[in-house]
Every structure is written in structure tokens, then in C-alpha cells.
Design a protein around this ligand. Structure first.
Ligand SMILES: [Zn+2]
Length: 79
């Protein structure tokens, strides 16, 4: 798992992934946090097989185990 860091102060913040500079930076700590959160989610994405149908899909994170088609089907079944 890659480590995302926010470094900086005042009106200049930069993101680092595993110690390497990443992206264009941010003008406030809040904006840097939003970018870091998005970056962590993108880095956590991984191709894995769906638990229901076995099709390979790009999961949004560790808890995402069903492909979008099966997720939609399951949501419809609960109505
Ligand atoms: Zn599926």
C-alpha cells in the first residue's frame, strides 16, 4: 500500500507518494486533504474477480467485492 503524505505550510502544500512528489500541490491544507483522500482511493483500486459472477473488474477498495452489474442486480432485489 502506497503512503500518501501532505507536506507544506501557509498557502503551499504538496502531496508525496512513497516519498516522491506527486501532482501540482494545493493552496490550502483542506484542499491538500481532499486531493490526498482522492489519491489514496485511486491507489487502492485493484483488478479482482467478482464474488458472484467471477468477472474481473476494477474494485474501488478492499471492501468492493462485487462487479457493478451484480451490485445493481442485488440493489434491485432488495426493493
Ligand atoms: Zn459480478
Amino acid at each position: 500500500m502506497a503512503t500518501v503524505e501532505i507536506r507544506g505550510s501557509g498557502y503551499s502544500f504538496a502531496l508525496f507518494v512513497d516519498g516522491q512528489p506527486h501532482g501540482t500541490g494545493a493552496s490550502s491544507y483542506e484542499k491538500a486533504c481532499i486531493k490526498a483522500n482522492y489519491l489514496e482511493r485511486m491507489l487502492a483500486r485493484v483488478d479482482r474477480p467478482c464474488l458472484c459472477c467471477g468477472a474481473t473488474f476494477t474494485a474501488a477498495g478492499r471492501n468492493n467485492r462485487m462487479c457493478p452489474a451484480c451490485t445493481d442486480f442485488a440493489a434491485g432485489a432488495m426493493i
